[in-house]
Design a protein around this ligand. Sequence first.
Ligand SMILES: Nc1ncnc2c1ncn2[C@@H]1O[C@H](COP(=O)(O)OP(=O)(O)OP(=O)(O)O)[C@@H](O)[C@H]1O
Length: 863
Amino acid sequence: METAEVLAAEQKYFDHVSDHRERMRRGLLEAPGAAANAGAAMRLRKDAEARLERMGQPDDAVAVGRMDDEDGYVLYVGHSTITDDNSEVLVVNWQAPAAARYYTATHADTGGLALKRTFECSGNTIESYSDVVFQQLAAAVAELEAPGDALLDDLNRDRTGQMQDIVRTIQAAQYDLIRAPLDQLLVIQGGPGTGKTAVALHRVSWLLFNHRDALSAADVLIVGPSPTFTRYTRTVLPSLGDISVVQRDIGQFHPPVRRGRTEGAGVVRLKGDGRLAGLLRRALYDRVGVPADQAAVEAHVDGRPVVFTADEINQIVARSRQTPGSFTQQRQIFRSLMVNLGLDRARERRLGVRTPLDQLIERIWPTFTAPAFLRELYGSRDRLIAAAGEEFTAREVALLHRRPGERITEEIWSEADLPLIDYLESLLHGVEERFAHIVVDEAQDLSPMQLRSIAARSSTGSMTVVGDIAQSTGLWARDDWDDILEHLPAQLPQVTAELRYGYRVPRQVFELAERLLPIAAPGITAPQVVRDGPADPVFRLVDDDSRATVAVEAAMAHASHGRSVAIICPAVHRPAIESELAVRDVAWRAASRSELGQGVNLVSPHEAKGLEFDATVVVEPKDIVAEDERGHRLLYVALTRTTRYLHVVGVLPMIGAAQPLSLSGPEQDDDLPPPVEPPAFSEPPVFSEPPVFSEPASLVEPPSFGEVSSFVEPPSAGQPLSFGGDEDSDFPAADHRERERPVSDFEATRAIIVPSVVGTASVPSPRVEVVPPEFRPPSAAPAVSTPPAPVSPAPTMPAPAAHTPVTSAPAAVAPPAPARTGSLSAQIVELVAAELAGQVRENVQPAQWRAVLDRVGELLADE
Ligand SMILES: Nc1ncnc2c1ncn2[C@@H]1O[C@H](COP(=O)(O)OP(=O)(O)OP(=O)(O)O)[C@@H](O)[C@H]1O
């Protein structure tokens, strides 16, 4: 079939499915109103809300792709299952086992698939498609290893400041991690842009769907490094239909306190140290018991003194402390034991014991709030010394000591105090909110005390921990995952996996950034990038006066093309950049206020972690390097935030005398307005000899960051300095299409695209006309805890009109069978028994019946 015919046929099918989706939507909206009772209505409403969310908007594409097996059976894959009037499956949910082959099929193991088609849509209108023809793969692998058009199109799209789902183009290696078993602590290591965050979020959605008996949205916690990051990622799960997963940033685990104290690096580092847990615990229990210098204590019972010896009380304290539970629970035990003792002592006067003993009890075993306790502890050198024991030096104790605020309400807390308050809170009261699965993103930077906060919230030890050692910066920069894992739960197997292909950063940019790796993170293998970008990085030499102007103009030029652009700027240059933006009346967003989007964004190198933009302007690399003990890693982070364009703006030497950053020459064409005139240096910059800029960037091999003298060659005598090259070609053409770069062993080529060209005539059109009686999942089924059952009723596809008409009549919806083993059957029975029975009695309308039957069909299809 010709491309146009295929498109027309597919569109017809999409329209047909869309009609059914709207019918299902109406049914869902009406269903709660027909429930037999309020409880049933609430259940139906909750279920309907989640399904409506997953279903998406009426103009969203009904499917992301389709697969045809070798027998010509066809199944469409989408965000949600859509069935027709007869409960035949038109589109199957991406998380369902039946959809697995769409993601797992490779040229080496096709799983019985002949073709995989991925659609590019605008709304529910198909704009193009790309086909993977598996039969041709093996022969073509050697010559044509490249990512597919669908993936490239997704990677090249404009960024909006909100992360998008990747259901359409999940790669096989990513899919393996998405559906990895629940009962483990899975570490996903991967370089910048390898899809760690995307995989972790899709994994949550997959787990929720496939373990719905054991896991509900409320059982899952996602922890990000900052509010900005959480805002950036928080729309992905709702777009997958998972609306109520708890997403927090690491600074949110504590009772409400006033934040804003700044502290020196030494203090911050010390407060993150795992030894603090021991110190706090000792300090807390140091407050319990009869002071050593007292042999006895006296209480008054009905006005008469009653004496208790220190020994007998301390024995009760010891007994109470042996009982498992929080400080507060142990205090309850202590209190009841003391009351009994008091009653014994005042046997003849049984009344009146309670009030006076409570005062005594409070003296021996005081009650605290976490902030109040910590405030007192910081304020008392003696208490700190006592709790420090042999584990801390005098200098460390001095670092912790501080003058408390006048009142507890006036106390200002630092970020490093928060995990300590949280830990104290857990000692005092236990952890109220615990989760069966926790995702930790950007885990490589977390302090032991932060990791402890997270670990305390795990009820099972099941976690997905993602990060990149090469991007580990800050005071707790790590070189090894073991340093992180030792603070996380160990009751389940700890499994480490790696993502090896970089999807975000274009080749030209990554070739620059990866030169930092030998210094920044020796031993870490760079990810393999999957595509070329539209332009080489642009280097702009500036002086102190022109830096802000050049950076802002570069950003404005990109913003004028509707791109999201980040000025990644070290703190020392931020005021100048802000005032330049103000002078030019440029509206901009601050990552520090969690605002990200199209146009100009101002982002610190630390805030940039995990984020991405269409273009980035990295300001003064040497000052980024100076901003962190692992400054080269921080620069690596900054350089790897762009999906397309990179500008580096700085004075020479770019990252310090010992590690010059390469300066390249003229950039590729762009239709953007010419950038600002490069600064005119009255004298050569820091080097004795300035570098050449006259050659195209692509010909100038950037030097290694680690080499002292590997700067590009000096210009020939008399040659004018041409910073940034051809002034009219500072930006690449806006519509310049990124080139596909052949990548050997690219994971997508496990399902390699042959020929990955939209509608190419050489692709034999797959047969879609035969509607099989059933579409069975592959025998190599995904690793879920229960083996996938054959789909029933069969998710057959009624062919669109342009296709050969359906040859077999769709099966009627069978009445729900009695409960089999397995949750889905149970759910179906529950639906039918609890809802339908009631509805029948109440003369429910056909549309409402349909909603329930649709649900039954979906459940069966998903199973
Ligand atoms: N299979 C895929 N299909 C389409 N886009 C993808 C795929 N995998 C990753 N991406 C895209 O690549 C970009 C980087 O992904 P993500 O942010 O998850 O990477 P990361 O490994 O977490 O990066 P970082 O280390 O910088 O935090 C995102 O835009 C994401 O949507």
